[in-house]
Design a protein around this ligand. Structure first.
Ligand code: ATP
Ligand code: ATP
Ligand code: MG
Ligand code: MG
Lengths: 178, 162, 162, 178
């Protein structure tokens, strides 16, 4: 499984709808300081269920919506969609009931996950464009290493702190990989 | 789940030792259980000893040594199961040129099986990527993607995003 | 001491605004008192707005923007009185090439009056230094100094310390 | 005023007595990861009175003594000496009584500050090679920006956290510069 495409609409500094089509292998995101690279990383963690505003460098969850600049006004909504592609050999080993949503999705060769938030604070999750709950998304990725707390997504400036995590935290990493 | 945790822990330890030695060109590292008699609750600790140095607490490691140790652990956990992708935001910032090269060689190898999305300012890391995605703020405060070509053209394209 | 704090605060604010604009080539920044009616206990807050962007809490700044904002503040405090020296350990690590150059230009200017001891892996920063001091571990685990020459010879001397 | 020379004896990875003679202006310390650059920075902060083992990346203060490597044993003592040079115009504006030790030193064109620690934990401070107290050293540098908590010495990895210091901490910076 891998990410085929990231689509950002009004997320942080991405005022205009933006699509980033990724390759398998090694994708490098580059650009000057402050241009929006870590905002893309935040978008990926957000759509996969990140609940901590602190880890999104925000004060409230609505701060992820484009807040305007010197020439344009703030937007009223932010939305991020990740499109995943699954080849046979690497499909998600989904936890949970055989006939649950997560298991059905895991058998598809492609699926999308979407998260949307409005200025009102109302937030929606979608799997393949149909409404879902946060729980459905976390079930989908449970134990795969890419949930918000997992070892496979390292925020800027935190790499050297990993080795100083408390023993209980390191245990969580091992459990996630079990 | 006790047996499962123990089995995963042991596999992670074996892999961690191997990748640590690969990145540091020697030395030794291991994962330890804080309370081996209670597998359900025991914490996990890292012990790392760069080549030729004494074993110390992790606090003694330098900024670059810590980053490399963390990368060895992340990649070890990676190899235990198929992980959909890995997202690394400037993990190569504390590394010197020699260690950036070692890190990149490991990335190249592991990215044959797993997708990586890596944010970097290091030229060398850009050069080993399969694809580069430039981000720019042509209009202040508004991000947009710009295509970046590898090779000579990269200098000019990157300058355009600077 | 109330009057003294207020006077220092105001001077620091003026200098901070000036140096922020110098490093960011625009934008605006200021120091604010959390409780202006109680000068003896009031805290101090930073407000920073890179060019063209909206005013936000500091949390919204990127890694590089935070580092540059911090450097503007440190250098502003510096200028308020003669400080014997300044010790900076890899403060340029989060900066892209363009910002490293701006940072170096500021360092050059301020180092005419104040001594700097700066630890860095950035080539550009090494090139602007008045003197380079190489550290190596010819014997594993034991540090010793090695002389490093500026210019072409630097490549070879640095390689010797890598 | 400026640092003319740093002398390390048995401090962290500096097993052999090592002298580093510095210039006015911009001195850059370079070298591969783990070679001992930040140990030099720790040495400077330590001799100026750093009391926090956490900020020295140690568990106990004796951890700053060379702890041995694969071929040599641990040493029993660590010592660091800073030699300062004062030109007329920039001598320290010392706080404290006119006839105090700090004021006398401030008028000299050169002086040294030394800190020593033994495996036993016993620690000594010296100014111009004669015994002094920690308080004498902190008085000497009070308000100059170079005490352990001051704005003029930035540890590795902490530059981006300065702007997120609490308002009371930022106030301390301003007071230090007053
Ligand atoms: N909701 C929002 N609306 C508009 N702009 C935003 C929003 N949230 C963050 N930003 C802007 O995004 C910028 C930071 O982007 P980001 O952290 O992605 O930079 P970066 O490319 O990672 O830079 P660096 O190389 O310094 O780490 C900030 O300058 C901030 O103003
Ligand atoms: N008391 C001690 N005795 C011997 N060696 C020590 C002692 N304390 C620390 N060290 C060694 O010093 C090394 C770290 O040095 P330091 O942090 O100065 O590296 P650095 O040059 O700053 O590297 P980086 O570029 O990665 O930041 C560690 O590998 C550690 O083993
Ligand atoms: Mg970033
Ligand atoms: Mg260091």
């Amino acid at each position: 499984m891998r990410i085929r495409q990231i689509e950002l609409v009004g997320f942080k500094s991405f005022r205009e709808p933006t699509k980033v089509t990724l390759l398998p292998g090694l994708n490098a995101i580059v650009g000057p300081n402050g241009c929006g690279k870590s905002n893309i990383a935040d978008a990926i963690r957000w759509v996969l269920g990140e609940q901590s505003v602190k880890h999104l460098r925000a004060k409230e969850m609505e701060d992820v919506i484009f807040g305007g600049n010197e020439t344009s006004a703030a937007l009223g909504m932010a939305e991020v969609t990740l499109s995943f592609e699954q080849a046979d050999e690497a499909s998600l080993g989904v936890e949970g009931p055989e006939d649950g949503l997560a298991a059905q999705i895991a058998r598809l060769s492609e699926f999308t996950v979407t998260r949307r938030i409005y200025r009102s604070g109302e937030s929606q999750y979608l799997i393949n464009q149909s409404p879902a709950r946060l729980r459905d998304i976390t079930d989908l990725f449970l134990g795969s290493g890419v949930g918000p707390k997992a070892y496979a997504m390292i925020e800027q400036g935190r790499v050297s702190q990993i080795v100083q995590a408390k023993p209980e935290e390191l245990r969580l990493f091992i459990e996630e990989a079990a | 789940t006790r047996a499962r945790f123990k089995e995963t822990f042991e596999k992670a330890d074996v892999k961690f030792r191997e990748l640590f030695v690969e990145l540091f060109h020697g030395g030794r590292a291991t994962l330890k259980l804080t309370n081996p008699n209670n597998l359900l609750e025991s914490g996990v600790e890292i012990e790392a000893q760069p080549p030729g140095k004494r074993v110390g607490s992790l606090g003694v490691l330098s900024g670059g040594e810590r980053a490399l140790t963390a990368v060895s652990l992340i990649m070890a956990l990676f190899s235990l199961r198929t992980t959909p992708f890995c997202l690394l935001d400037e993990v190569d910032a504390p590394l010197d040129d020699a260690n950036v090269a070692r890190f990149n060689a490991m990335l190249r190898r592991i990215s044959e099986r797993t997708q990586f999305i890596i944010i970097t300012h290091k030229q060398r890391t850009m050069e080993t990527a399969d694809a580069l995605y430039g981000v720019t703020m042509a209009e202040a405060g508004v991000s947009q993607m710009v295509s970046v070509r590898i090779g000579g053209a990269r200098e000019e394209a990157l300058a355009a995003t600077a």
